[in-house]
Every structure is written in C-alpha cells, then in structure tokens.
Design a binder for this molecule. Structure first.
Ligand code: HEC
Ligand code: HEC
Ligand code: HEC
Ligand code: HEC
Ligand code: HEC
Length: 453
C-alpha cells in the first residue's frame, strides 16, 4: 500500500519566503503574457567558472547542461510544435529551458542544437539548465499538471538579475562578484520541482518526485533526499579562495548519457555504472521457496528469483517509457552450450523478445486516445507502468522443460541489465543508437545438478 501521510510539501510550496520574487503571467497557451524577468537577468554559467571551477566542470558534464543539446529532445520538440502549433514550443521549454520560458523568448524554428548554437541568442539560453536557473530560486515550486490542452504552466519563483545567488551555505564568505543568500529550500527534494514531476490528463507520466514522496516517512523529515544520491557530498572549497567545506557534486548522475559520443569516452560513464550497480539486488529463490540445487532428469527446471530495489523511486523512473531494465538469464551445460535463455540480446542495440513468456522486464508503455501504443508523452491517455517500485521486492520465476535425456551439471547465470533507450525509440537517430550501451546492474550465478533417473 502506498501512503503519503504528509502534506508538508504543500505547506512549503505555499509558504512565502522572505526573498523577493520576480513575477510572470502566462496566457492559456502557456506563453508569457507579461513578465518582470528580462533575458539579460540570467548570467551564463561561463561567468561562474573562474571561481566555482569544480561545480562548473561537473555541471557541464551533466544532463542539465545537455537539455538543449540533445538531438532526441530537438526532434521530439519539433514534433510537438508541428502537432500543437499554439502550445508545443513552450510546453517542452518550460522544463528544458526555464530561462527562455520565464523571460518569454520564443525559440520556435530551431531544428537542431547546432542551429540554436549558431544563433544570436545569449549563452544562458543555449546552455539549458544553467547555474542561474537553480540559484535564482527563492521558493519551492509545485509539480506540473496538464489537462487536455497541453500548455506550459510551470510556476517558478525566482529573483534573477539582482546580483544575488541563493544556496545552501549558511554563512557564505563575501565576494566581489555577487551577494550570497542562504535559502533552506535548497537541500529539499522539492528543489527538483517543477521539472521532475508531471501528470498529463491525470496520467502519472513522469513522476519521480511523487514516487519518492510516496515512500512513508521520507518527505516529512526530508530524509534520503534527491540530493543525497544525485548530488553526493565531498569536501573542498565551494569557491576559489573560499574555506574547505562539505559541498555537493553537481554531476547529477542518472541513467542517461550524451549519446553523441561513444559511451567509453563519456566522462560520466563510470558514475552511471556505479549508480546502476547500487540500484538493485538479485537473489535466487524466494523467501518461502528456496532455489533447488538438485533436480531429477526429465523434470522441469524451475528457477525462482527475487529482485530487490535499493532505489528511492521507481526503476526506471522519469521518462520510464523510453528506458528498459530486464533480466538476462542463461542456463548452460558443462560444455558451455546454451540450453535456455531469457532476455539475451545479440548486440547492445538488438530488441528484446517481448513474446518470451519468461521475460522479466521493467519499463512503462504509453497509450494514446485510441488505445494505441505511443512514444509521445503529450499524446498519453493511459499508461501501463511495470517499473520496479521504490524499495520493493518482486518475486519472479523461470520455467524451462529439461531435455529428457539430460543429466549432469547446469550453470545458471542471471544479470539485471539497463538500457537508457529502447532501441526502437532511437530508430530515427542511428548515429546515437550506435553509442547506446547496455549497462550491467547486478550479476549472480548458481549451479544445478540434474541427477540421472
Ligand atoms: C569572483 C568569484 C565568484 C564568481 C565569479 C562567482 N562566485 Fe559564487 N561564490 C563566490 C564565493 C567566494 C562564495 C562563498 C563560498 C563560501 O562561503 O564557501 C560564493 C558562493 C556562491 C553560492 C552559495 C550561496 C549560499 O549561500 O549557499 C552560490 C549558489 C553561488 N556562489 C553561485 C554563483 C553563480 C551562479 C555564479 C555565476 C553566475 C557565481 N557564483 C560566480 C565567488 C564567486
Ligand atoms: C538543477 C539545479 C542546480 C544547478 C543547475 C546548479 N546547482 Fe548549485 N546547487 C543546487 C542545489 C540543490 C544545491 C544545494 C544542495 C544541498 O545543500 O543539498 C546547490 C549548491 C551549490 C553551492 C553551495 C555549495 C555546495 O556544493 O553545497 C554552490 C556554490 C553552487 N551550488 C554553485 C553552482 C554553480 C556554479 C552552478 C553552475 C555551474 C550550479 N551550482 C548549478 C542546485 C543546482
Ligand atoms: C528547471 C528544471 C529542472 C530542475 C529544477 C531540476 N532538473 Fe534534473 N533534469 C531536468 C531535465 C530537463 C533533465 C533531462 C535533460 C536531458 O537529458 O535532455 C534532467 C535530468 C536530470 C538527471 C539525469 C537523468 C538521467 O536520466 O540520467 C538527474 C539525475 C537529475 N536531473 C536530478 C535532479 C535533481 C536531484 C534536482 C534537484 C536538486 C534536479 N534534477 C532539478 C530538469 C530539471
Ligand atoms: C537512494 C538514492 C536515490 C534517491 C534518494 C533518489 N534517487 Fe534518483 N536514482 C537513483 C538510482 C539508483 C537511479 C538509477 C535507477 C533508476 O533509474 O531508478 C536513479 C535514477 C534517477 C533518474 C533517471 C531515471 C530514469 O530511469 O530515467 C532521475 C531523473 C532521478 N533519479 C531523479 C531523482 C529525483 C528528482 C529524486 C528525488 C525526488 C531522486 N532521484 C532520489 C537513486 C536515488
Ligand atoms: C515537467 C518538465 C518537463 C517537460 C514539460 C518536458 N520534459 Fe523532457 N525531461 C524532463 C526531465 C526531468 C527529464 C529527465 C528524466 C529522466 O531521465 O528520466 C527529461 C528527459 C527528456 C528526454 C530524454 C533525454 C535523453 O536524451 O534521454 C527527452 C528526449 C525529452 N525529455 C524531451 C522532451 C520533449 C520533446 C518535451 C515536450 C514534448 C519535454 N521533454 C517536456 C522534464 C520535462
């Protein structure tokens, strides 16, 4: 049962902070009707580099810096603009480019990241979710809910352009460049709103925050916050010439990589692997049904397996419909020849066999108004979510008929694997598809002996 006994989130987002906030008003299409925020109010992250060198380097390798560089984003965004002329451009921009959103800069007409890069727009627009987006935050935002008119309606509370940056250092040392203000909102999971939580037509389309918020007991005390796992702490100066402090890494490692280059050349690959290796546990057997190490010739091979989530939201989460996590199970005889398999793919980009009745697969599927499968989140009318719930256990089983004449040892090997894109969803991006890695999350082995009759 999922319960959420705490309404502190609401209380916090409605509470007015002591900081001034620059307002903007939207029309029914999600475009700015009036705004007190000017595009020049946002500094480029480049301006922070000289003093916050480590934060800058980490951020620049993160997906936040990739939000307006991602070719998959550009094709989806252009598709949305064609489908919904009035609202499509703003809808995606509200999270992928808050700077353009709140200042009302129209970005329609850019087909690729290269086009945008070559334009006269300021750097702050080209860099997606830069330092100034998050560090102008004065108050927490609520989640985004969109109904049948798929229009942007994100509420940001920010005070950019006044030479002050907000953060979680309680006693920041002064500097000549900007004023610093301590804002207790920063260490909270709600600081990742509005972007990491959206429902569309009542469908829980991308609800990482809500999944976390539903774990009883966490939200109340801000225990196990998003930052704890995605902004791990380290000790170093927070700025040039500043004192040593406990600071937060800005790599924002998740499951995704910039696929415009080979995975092994990606600066985040090792951290993505390590995050995924710590996300689940696999065990043969169930609590009341242990793994049978000996079977009789002619019997069926029955392999129970327990999958335990160590993750504080679903796995996959967010754009779960694009991702897939599954178990590859192989059974080999003493000659290493394969007797059975489930979830085994020939290459990193081969499709899974969805007709395999043994397949253990964690993903979600979106359906449009005709009940047809769709890859477009804005067309969603219903959703089938088979993600592994936060900190849950699943008990699954494999059943294979043994060859009647086989006796001897069998080796059973199970691996949980992750792919940040279902290969089919990258079919229009073959150049990215070739860089898509399968990442091993966990691997276990056992031996079964088949005793002769
Ligand atoms: C001239 C150097 C310098 C530049 C340039 C600079 N900062 Fe800072 N910043 C500092 C110093 C020094 C501190 C205080 C560090 C400390 O107390 O450990 C600081 C602190 C901060 C804090 C923490 C505030 C708090 O109370 O938690 C944030 C956030 C911040 N800077 C953001 C930025 C951003 C964003 C930029 C670029 C737009 C930027 N800084 C540019 C020197 C600089
Ligand atoms: C997606 C939002 C986001 C972006 C983008 C971002 N930060 Fe932060 N930053 C945070 C949060 C949240 C914290 C506080 C984490 C905590 O205390 O749990 C933080 C903390 C800090 C601090 C205080 C020291 C520390 O690490 O705890 C500094 C300085 C800082 N950020 C600078 C920057 C600079 C410079 C950039 C751009 C290169 C940047 N940040 C980009 C969200 C962001
Ligand atoms: C202004 C909107 C915004 C805010 C605020 C924000 N994010 Fe994000 N985040 C995004 C977007 C958009 C992406 C995906 C960018 C892309 O891949 O194109 C993303 C990507 C990520 C990823 C990588 C996901 C993956 O699949 O690899 C992680 C992890 C992440 N964010 C964590 C956080 C955390 C933690 C916070 C709060 C401290 C936060 N974000 C605040 C918009 C935001
Ligand atoms: C206990 C550690 C932990 C906490 C707390 C946590 N995450 Fe994660 N996060 C993970 C792990 C592990 C993964 C990789 C497995 C997965 O996708 O679920 C991940 C993946 C993600 C992804 C990529 C999801 C996908 O499958 O595309 C995003 C986005 C993200 N986290 C954001 C958040 C946000 C926002 C919060 C807070 C509401 C948060 N995380 C809290 C551990 C954590
Ligand atoms: C509510 C905020 C929000 C809106 C609106 C939004 N996104 Fe995102 N988007 C995110 C976040 C957060 C992530 C990262 C989630 C994750 O990794 O699971 C993301 C990830 C993505 C990714 C995956 C990036 C990658 O390379 O893996 C693509 C593509 C994308 N968004 C495209 C779009 C398009 C196109 C639209 C408009 C139709 C859109 N988004 C609207 C927040 C948003």
């Amino acid at each position: 049962m999922i319960i959420s006994a705490c309404n502190e989130t609401i209380a916090l987002t409605e509470k007015k902070s002591e900081f001034p906030t620059k307002a903007y008003k939207l029309n029914e299409n999600g475009s700015v009707h009036s705004t007190s925020i000017d595009i020049e109010d946002f500094e480029s992250s480049e301006n922070c580099k000289s003093c916050h060198e480590d934060h800058y380097k980490e951020w620049s390798e993160s997906m936040h810096a990739y939000a307006m560089k991602d070719p998959v984003f550009f094709s989806g965004w252009n598709g949305e603009q064609q489908k919904r002329h009035e609202t499509g451009e703003r809808f995606c921009i509200q999270c992928h480019n808050p700077v353009a959103f709140v200042s009302g800069v129209d970005l329609s007409g850019f087909l690729t990241a290269e086009d945008l890069e070559a334009s006269d727009h300021p750097q702050s627009i080209k860099e997606g979710i830069g330092c100034a987006v998050c560090h102008s935050m004065t108050e927490l935002s609520p989640s985004i809910h969109t109904e049948d008119i798929i229009a942007a309606n994100a509420k940001y509370f920010m005070n950019p352009g006044e030479g002050v940056y907000y953060g979680s250092i309680e006693n920041p040392v002064e500097n000549d460049y900007h004023a610093s203000e301590y804002n207790p909102a920063f260490p909270r999971s709600e600081a990742c709103l509005p972007c990491h939580d959206i429902t569309i037509r009542g469908v829980e389309a991308e609800i990482t925050f809500t999944e976390w918020n539903r774990i009883p007991g966490l939200a109340m005390g801000n225990l196990l916050s998003c930052q704890e796992c995605h902004m791990p702490v380290t000790t170093r100066p927070a700025a040039k010439d500043g004192p040593e402090r406990v600071v937060h890494r800005h790599t924002f490692v998740g499951v995704d990589l910039d696929l415009t280059r080979p995975a092994e050349e990606n600066p985040q690959i090792d951290e993505v692997k390590s995050l995924l290796e710590n996300a689940v546990e696999l065990n043969f057997g169930w609590p009341n049904d242990s793994f049978t190490a000996t079977v009789q010739q002619g019997d069926s091979l029955y392999i129970p397996i327990t999958i335990t989530s160590l993750t504080a939201h679903s796995l996959p989460s967010g754009v779960s419909f694009a991702r897939e996590a599954w178990i590859e199970l192989t059974v080999r005889d003493t000659d290493e020849s394969l007797l059975f398999q489930s979830g085994l793919v020939a290459t990193d980009t081969s499709a899974l066999d969805l007709l395999d009745s043994n397949l253990v697969l964690f993903t979600s599927t979106l359906f449009d108004e005709n009940g047809e499968e769709t890859g477009s989140v804005t067309d969603v009318h219903s959703m089938e979510n088979n993600s592994l719930l936060a900190f849950s256990k699943q008990f699954r089983q494999y059943l294979f008929p043994l060859p009647i004449d086989y006796s001897g040892e069998l080796s059973v090997h199970a691996r949980m694997l992750f792919r940040s894109f279902k290969p089919a969803s990258l079919s229009s991006h073959p150049d990215l598809l070739k860089n898509l890695p399968i990442i091993e999350m966990e691997s276990i082995s056992e031996t079964i002996s088949v005793t002769p009759l």
